[in-house]
Ligand binder design. Structure first.
Ligand code: BES
Ligand code: ZN
Ligand code: ZN
Length: 513
C-alpha cells in the first residue's frame, strides 16, 4: 500500500542556526522564565524576534499551540516553529510525542518540504534520549498524516512528501536518539498504514480486502506468514459465530491468521501472544438495524482488526523475541433475506451455543470464535481489541479505551505500556455479576445483557471463551477516531492500539532477557 504522504525521517549532525530547512522546530515551556541556551542563541540571531513575540503575549507556549517566526540571513532556516510544551513539571512522554506531531502537522499545512526537529533540547534530561527518539518518530507520522486519497480536486493541494531531520550538533546525542527513532518510525509508519486502511469505506474495504492486505503484509516480510479461511473452510471448522454475522452480506466473511516468528531458533522456548481484532467492515446492525444518523461511522467498525494488522506490520520490523498470532475475524453486518436473526441459536467454534437476541451485538459473535481459536493454538496470552460497545463510549468518553481481563498482572502491564504509548486505557470490571447476565434459558449464552453496564457484560461474554488462558480486552469504541482535527493530528480513524499493542509485545522481549 502506498503512503498518502511520504515521510522520511533521518538524523543530521549540524549547528542549529546553520541548518538549512523550511522549518526548524524548537520547544518552549510555558513556565520557564528565561529562554534556554539554544533559543537564546536563535533569538540573538533573529534580532530579538522571540523576545518580542513573547512580550506581546501572542504566544504563551501552552500545550498544543505554536508560533512561526520567519528567518533572516543569519540563520539557515526559513522559519522557526516555536512549539508550546505547557508546564515543565506536567510534561510526559505524550508531551514529547505531541510536540513532534504538532510540528509535523504544521509543516504539512505550510507545505514545507523539509523540517528539522530540535525539540529534544527543551526537555534536557527529563527523558531518556532513546525513549524521546521513539516518541519523535511516532509523533512525526501521527501529525503529518491526513486521509485524502479520494479527493481528486486539488484545491486541497499539499506536497506529496516531507523530509524530517532530527538535528543536533552533538553526534553522540544523535546516536542515542536514533536508537529509539527507528522503533518510532516502524510504529509510526504502521499506524499511518492502519489509519488509511481503517478510513477506507466499506465499498472499498471488504473482508476479502482485509485478507488481501494481511497476505500482502506476509509477502513483504520473511517473519510473517498468513492463512485465510473462507466461508467453506470456516464451515468445516465450525466457526458459526463469524459465519452467522457474515451471512447477510454479499461480501463474504474471512478468518485471517497472521503468524509472526522471531529470528533465531528458539521460537518454541518463547511465549506466544495472540492479538485478536474485530474487523466488521460495516456494522449496519443487521436485522436489529441501527438508526440512520451517523451510521456512516460504522465503516470504522473494523478498527480493532486493522490495529492488529498494523501492530503485526511494526512487529515484523522490530523483530522481538516472542511468537505472535494476529487473528482477525472479518465480516460485514448487513440486513437481508440471508441474515442471521434475533432468536437464532448459533454453534460457536468453542462448542458453546449462543442465543442471538440482538444482531447488532455482532462483535462478540465473531470475537468468540477468534478467542477460541487462539486458545486452541495454545497461546499464553490473548489480547483482543474491538470497537465493541456504545456503552464504553458512554462510560469513558473519547479519551480512553476500556480495559478488562482475567489476569491482574496482564492488566497492570497493559496499563503501564498504555501510559507511555499515549494510547490511554482505563480498567473496568467483567466479573461474575456481569457473566450471569449473559446466561440464556435456551442456550449456553445469549449475546446481550441487561440495559446497564453494556461494556462490562460484553467483556464478560468474551471471558467465557478465554477459559484459563490469560486474557485482556480493549474496548476501543470511543477512541476509534478523532471527530475533528486536533492540534496534533487530522480527523478520522486513529488506529488506536497500534502503538499500545506493539509496545506491549516488544516489552515482553526485554522482560525475557
Ligand atoms: N460497533 C458497535 C459498537 C459501537 C458503538 C462502536 C458506537 C462505536 C461507536 C457494536 O457492534 C454495537 O452495535 N454494539 C451494541 C451492543 C448492544 C446491541 C448490546 C451497542 O453498543 O449498542
Ligand atoms: Zn453492532
Ligand atoms: Zn460493531
Amino acid at each position: 500500500m502506498k503512503d498518502i504522504i511520504k515521510v522520511e525521517l533521518k538524523t543530521q549532525t549540524v549547528d542549529f542556526s546553520k541548518c538549512k530547512t523550511d522549518i526548524l522546530a524548537m520547544g518552549l515551556f510555558s513556565d520557564t522564565k528565561e529562554l534556554d541556551k539554544l533559543n537564546k542563541e536563535l533569538n540573538k540571531k533573529l534580532d530579538g524576534a522571540i523576545d518580542r513575540l513573547m512580550k506581546l503575549g501572542d504566544f504563551k507556549a501552552k500545550d498544543g499551540t505554536n508560533a512561526v517566526i520567519y528567518g533572516n540571513n543569519k540563520i539557515g532556516a526559513k522559519r522557526i516553529l516555536l512549539v508550546g510544551l505547557g508546564e515543565k513539571k506536567k510534561a510526559t512522554l505524550d508531551t514529547v510525542r505531541n510536540a513532534a506531531a504538532n510540528a509535523a502537522k504544521t509543516s504539512v499545512e505550510l507545505k514545507a518540504k523539509t523540517m528539522s526537529l530540535a525539540l529534544h533540547r527543551a526537555f534536557g534530561r527529563q527523558f531518556d534520549l532513546s525513549t524521546m527518539g521513539q516518541a519523535f518518530g511516532e509523533g512525526v507520522y501521527f501529525g503529518s498524516y491526513r486521509y485524502d486519497e479520494f479527493i481528486t480536486e486539488n484545491e486541497n493541494g499539499r506536497l506529496g512528501s516531507l523530509k524530517v531531520m532530527l538535528t543536533d550538533l552533538d553526534s553522540t546525542k544523535l546516536k542515542k536518539l536514533k536508537k529509539g527513532l527507528s522503533t518510532g518510525i516502524a510504529i509510526g509508519k504502521a499506524q499511518s498504514y492502519a489509519r488509511t486502511l481503517a478510513n477506507r469505506p466499506a465499498n472499498v474495504v471488504t473482508p476479502a480486502k482485509i485478507a488481501a492486505a494481511a497476505k500482502e503484509l506476509a509477502r513483504s516480510s520473511q517473519r510473517l506468514s498468513c492463512t485465510v479461511f473462507d466461508e467453506k473452510q470456516m464451515a468445516a471448522k465450525g466457526m458459526g459465530g463469524v459465519l452467522a454475522v457474515g451471512s447477510g452480506s454479499k461480501n463474504k466473511p474471512r478468518f485471517i491468521v497472521l503468524k509472526y516468528s522471531p529470528p533465531g531458533k528458539t521460537a518454541n522456548t518463547l511465549p506466544t501472544i495472540a492479538l485478536v481484532g474485530k474487523a466488521i467492515t460495516f456494522d449496519s446492525g443487521g436485522i436489529s438495524i441501527k438508526p440512520s444518523a451517523n451510521m456512516d461511522e460504522m465503516k470504522l467498525d473494523k478498527s480493532g482488526g486493522i490495529a492488529v494488522l498494523g501492530a503485526m506490520k511494526a512487529l515484523a520490523e522490530l523483530a522481538p523475541s516472542v511468537n505472535v498470532f494476529g487473528i482477525v475475524p472479518s465480516a460485514e453486518n448487513m440486513p437481508s433475506g440471508t441474515s442471521y436473526r434475533p432468536g437464532d441459536i448459533i454453534n460457536t467454534f468453542s462448542g458453546k451455543t449462543v442465543e442471538v437476541q440482538n444482531t447488532d451485538a455482532e462483535g462478540r459473535m465473531i470475537l468468540c470464535d477468534a478467542i477460541s481459536y487462539a486458545v486452541k493454538q495454545k497461546c499464553d496470552i490473548i489480547i483482543d481489541i474491538a470497537t465493541l460497545t456504545g456503552a464504553c463510549v458512554v462510560a469513558l468518553g473519547k479519551y480512553m479505551a476500556g480495559l478488562m481481563g482475567n489476569d491482574d498482572a496482564l492488566i497492570k502491564d497493559l496499563k503501564k505500556v498504555a501510559e507511555a504509548s499515549g494510547e490511554k486505557v482505563w480498567p473496568m470490571p467483567s466479573g461474575e455479576e456481569y457473566a450471569k447476565e449473559m446466561k440464556s434459558k435456551i442456550a449456553d449464552l445469549k449475546n446481550i445483557g441487561s440495559r446497564w453496564g453494556g461494556a462490562c457484560t460484553a467483556a464478560a461474554f468474551l471471558k467465557q471463551f478465554a477459559g484459563d488462558t490469560k486474557w485482556a480486552h480493549l474496548d476501543i469504541a470511543g477512541v476509534w477516531n478523532f471527530e475533528k482535527a486536533t492540534e496534533f493530528t487530522s480527523e478520522g480513524a486513529s488506529a488506536f492500539g497500534v502503538r499500545l499493542l506493539t509496545a506491549y509485545v516488544v516489552g515482553i522481549k526485554s522482560k525475557k532477557k
